[in-house]
Design a protein around this ligand. Structure first.
Ligand code: BEZ
Length: 152
């Protein structure tokens, strides 16, 4: 909390569609939440659907955009967003090489279950480029503090 958002590019929809999350969150209020993996049961049944359902409520509280981030490739993230009817509500960001995850200190080695180092489950409120609230699941994958209803 208090730090700037990592100055890192992530990808939206395709490997050539870069989004720099520091630039994208420079002015106004934003939510970034991170998940261990696209299409995993907890992320698909609870975490992402919660943000999709609460998108209008969060936007009513002044949030301009909601970003979902995972260490996955951009095509998988786009397909997951379509599958979850997230279009227009939650933007699906691929942290393809885990650079954002590393810079934010959120790495979690899930090699044994998902094949690689992934991102801990978290939610972050960003105001004018600075992290104003940071909720990281204590065990890295649980579904407690980082759920949409706990952000405000
Ligand atoms: C999940 O269901 O969200 C999950 C499954 C395996 C590893 C991490 C998360």
């Amino acid at each position: 909390v208090g730090n700037e958002v990592p100055n890192v590019d992530v990808f939206e929809g395709a490997p050539d569609k870069k989004v720099n999350l520091r630039e994208a969150t420079q002015s106004g209020k934003f939510v970034i939440f991170g998940v261990p993996g696209a299409f995993t049961p907890g992320c698909s049944k609870t975490h992402l659907p919660g943000y999709v359902k609460m998108a209008d409520t969060l936007k009513g509280k002044g949030v301009s955009e909601i970003f979902c981030l995972s260490v996955n490739d951009p095509f998988v993230m786009a397909a997951w967003g379509e599958n979850q009817e997230a279009t227009g509500k939650v933007r699906m960001m691929a942290d393809t090489c885990g650079e954002f995850t590393k810079a934010a200190g959120l790495e979690l080695d899930l090699s044994a279950v998902l094949g690689s180092v992934r991102c801990k489950r978290f939610s972050m409120l960003v105001e004018d480029g600075k992290v104003s609230k940071m909720l990281v699941e204590p065990d890295g994958t649980g579904l407690t503090c980082s759920l949409a209803e706990n952000l405000f």
